[in-house]
Ligand binder design. Structure first.
Ligand SMILES: N[C@H](CCC[C@H](N)C(=O)O)C(=O)O
Length: 279
């Protein structure tokens, strides 16, 4: 039977969304890479799969696959699209739903203005939770790379993030330093690498070289990571506008042990069928 899909995006971070609530969707890594391929497939940064809940207090399970076929435990822009998807597909009438990923439980709230507010859970800073090879948690990590000492913040939002402060985002070495840092041995599961420029105490600019997808137009969990690191470095307050190439997200964080809230849009572009994929 053919597999239908819905093409969506969150600020240009784009997704192929699959409804697997009535029929399992079990793709191979090659299937995922083919779906994500912008020439031979549909084209997307991530594939999102909505599955039946695996626990009584959960509405749906939510699996996230990067364009390279790797699986992640978090996708913030994807979570907003998932909330929109389950409403439009009438899979749930609720305004607030709880979804579980490989690593996190998220609470998604559809707002009256069409935006979605996501409780992304609390950031985790212990090296073992990121995961990262470091002897202890640091507010600023220093790492020798290509003859220079790189300074960055690191945390998990349910997926690993490193955040580097730059003076000028437009000339930041996102596509060279991003993959170099991402693949260092200190990140045993790699990392999403964010480059942030502080505009003022309420505003950040951010570009993210994502694990498994490269530089994207927006990264929701990356925006959360940058806002948290900037707050820990006392450069911003608890409510921050994060300006990404694809648009802006509102991030709120009350401090250690507290969840990060992300608010932003979710858009549906088209629907279709995977002609070659029959299960
Ligand atoms: N590349 C990420 C997953 C997608 C995250 C991003 N698209 C977001 O909106 O959070 C990872 O491997 O952890």
């Amino acid at each position: 039977m053919r597999q239908s899909f819905t093409k969506m995006h969150g600020l240009g971070n784009d997704f192929v969304v699959i409804d697997a609530t009535r029929r399992p969707f079990v793709p191979s890594a090659d299937d995922l890479r083919r779906i994500a391929d912008r020439r031979f497939g549909v084209g997307c940064d991530q594939i999102l799969v909505v599955e039946p809940a695996s626990a009584p207090d959960i509405d749906f399970d939510y699996r996230i696959y990067n364009a390279d076929g790797s699986e992640s435990g978090q996708c913030g822009n994807g979570a907003r699209c998932l909330a929109r998807f389950v409403r439009d597909k009438k899979l749930s009438e609720r305004d607030t739903i709880r979804v579980r990923t490989q690593s996190s439980v998220l609470v998604l709230q559809l707002l009256a203005d069409g935006q979605v507010r996501v409780d992304m859970g609390a950031p985790r800073f212990e090296p073992a939770d990121i995961p990262m090879l470091a002897t202890q948690r640091e507010t600023r990590y220093r790492h020798e790379l290509d003859g220079a000492t790189l300074e960055f913040g690191a945390l998990s939002m349910g997926n690993p993030h490193a955040v580097i402060l730059v003076d000028d985002l437009d000339t930041a070495p996102v596509r060279t330093l991003g993959p170099r840092l991402q693949t260092q041995a200190i990140f045993p599961q790699q990392a999403n690498v964010g480059f942030m420029q502080i505009v003022d105490r309420d505003t950040l600019r951010l570009r993210v070289y994502e694990r498994g997808a490269g530089e994207t137009l927006a990264c929701g969990s990356g925006a959360c990571a940058a806002a948290v690191i900037a707050r820990l470095w006392d450069r911003v307050g608890k409510a921050v506008t994060v300006q990404l190439p694809g648009g802006s997200l509102q991030i709120e964080w009350d401090g250690e042990g507290q969840p990060v809230f992300m608010t932003g849009p979710a858009s549906t572009v088209f629907t279709g069928d995977l002609e070659w994929f029959n299960q």
